[in-house]
Design a protein around this ligand. Structure first.
Ligand SMILES: *Cc1c(COP(=O)(O)O)cnc(C)c1O
Length: 391
């Protein structure tokens, strides 16, 4: 491969995968790798899951797409299921996380206009990630990925993550605030876990000031953190919640869930998506939700997370360059005291797929189906890698 016709937006590792099973992947030389990143929190059920496979096959034989000009029964079923699980009321379907957040941003802005606020603003967090479209990039709290794309969209005010006083301060000064958008755990930002009551406090502030509470659960959703949705740790219900990544286990689908109040804002003709919620994507997502429930995978994520992080803590306890091991379910961050982006390539040489965010945080997002043998292999390989790196 001397020349590639793919636009060079990614720094890719030199490996091509051909097939998979659970947490295993095989490359084009039939060498096996352990996947501890799940296609970036997408394949929560693991690769080539038989239930998802057969749902897609069956559906593609009948019908893949009709458009939203017509009723789509599978979309109705999926929306009903998602609303039952989240206690929200309505769903808009799209094809990615960025699109789900675009819908949320449009809801917030239109909500503002309905309140007589003609220049609505949304509070978003520093170190957040909400996508790569112009609106979601503008919302994102990472200046590096915004470079060269100005002028960005107005109407976002950034607050430090996990800082309630900063949010209150902004609201006091800015009468145009209509919503707060946050990730329950920041993924791309470095697996940043806020105080246990952070979301409860945001809920309270939103109620006090009639703001929409909007949660980006694109990465934390679908069982990743040990609850179906991460906000379920807090016994609250947001007004808007966005999903994508693991919802289709690899089949592109995004969703913007809304409460009764927020769900009435986008009326006929105000938003849309050609592919959004087509039959194939909905069939895949329904299979994913069924399987998560049947296998009790969401509950297991907590035990597996404890096992992985306890083993890592024990084996790395004397390494003073390991600053912190943090986790919410199977969203795990190992923070080192020095940069460690090289570890991704070192891990690949040991047939392990991991990720590093924020320069010095090893991020693990293993599939929820990871088994004990694979957990031991993951832990032992990681300990070797970290030990070599910090020698
Ligand atoms: C991945 C991600 C997105 C963007 O999703 P895409 O499907 O890549 O558009 C948005 N928010 C969060 C929290 C994410 O992790």
């Amino acid at each position: 491969m001397s020349t590639s016709h793919i636009m060079s937006t990614y720094g890719r590792l030199p490996v091509s995968f051909m097939h998979g099973e659970g947490a295993w992947l095989w490359d084009n030389n039939n060498i096996r790798y352990l996947d501890a990143i799940s296609g970036i929190a997408v394949c929560n059920l693991g690769h080539a899951h038989p239930t998802v496979h057969s749902a897609i096959c069956k559906q593609s034989k009948n019908l893949i797409h009709t458009s939203n000009l017509y009723n789509i029964d599978l979309q109705e079923q999926l929306a009903e299921k998602l609303c039952g699980l989240s206690k929200l009321e309505t769903v808009f379907f799209c094809n990615s996380g960025a699109e789900a957040n675009e819908a949320a941003i449009k809801i917030a802005r239109r909500y503002g206009h309905s309140q007589g606020i003609t220049k609505p603003s949304i509070i978003v967090m520093e170190k957040s990630f909400h996508g790569r479209t112009i609106a979601t990039l503008s919302a994102t709290g990472n200046s590096k990925i915004k470079e060269g794309f100005g002028p960005l969209l107005q109407g976002f005010v950034h607050a430090p993550f996990n800082d309630i006083a900063a949010i209150e301060n902004i609201i006091q000064k800015n009468k145009n605030i209509v919503a707060i958008l946050a990730e329950p755990v920041q993924g791309e930002g470095g697996v940043n876990i806020p105080a246990d009551d952070y979301l409860n406090k945001i809920r309270k502030i939103c109620d006090q000031h009639q703001l929409l509470m909007m949660l980006d659960e694109v990465q934390t959703g679908i069982g990743r953190t040990g609850k179906f949705l991460a906000f379920q740790y807090n016994n609250i219900i947001p007004d808007v919640c966005t999903l994508a990544k693991a919802l289709g286990n690899g089949v592109p689908i995004g969703a913007c869930l809304a409460s009764e109040k927020a769900g009435k804002i986008l009326t006929a003709g105000t938003h849309g998506s050609t592919f959004g919620g087509n039959l194939l994507a909905c069939a895949a997502a329904l299979a994913v939700l069924d399987e998560l429930e049947k296998q009790k995978l969401v509950d297991q994520a907590i035990d597996k997370s404890a096992l992985i992080t306890n083993l890592l803590s024990e084996k790395l306890q004397h390494n003073n360059q390991v600053r912190n091991i943090r986790h919410k379910g199977l969203m795990i961050g190992i923070e080192l005291s020095k940069p460690c982006t090289d570890l991704v390539q070192q891990a690949l040489l040991k047939n392990l797929l991991i990720n590093v965010t924020s320069g010095n945080v090893i991020r693990l997002l293993p599939p929820l189906v990871i088994n004990r043998e694979q957990i031991d292999l993951l832990v032992n390989t990681l300990v070797e890698l970290v030990t070599e790196h910090t020698k």
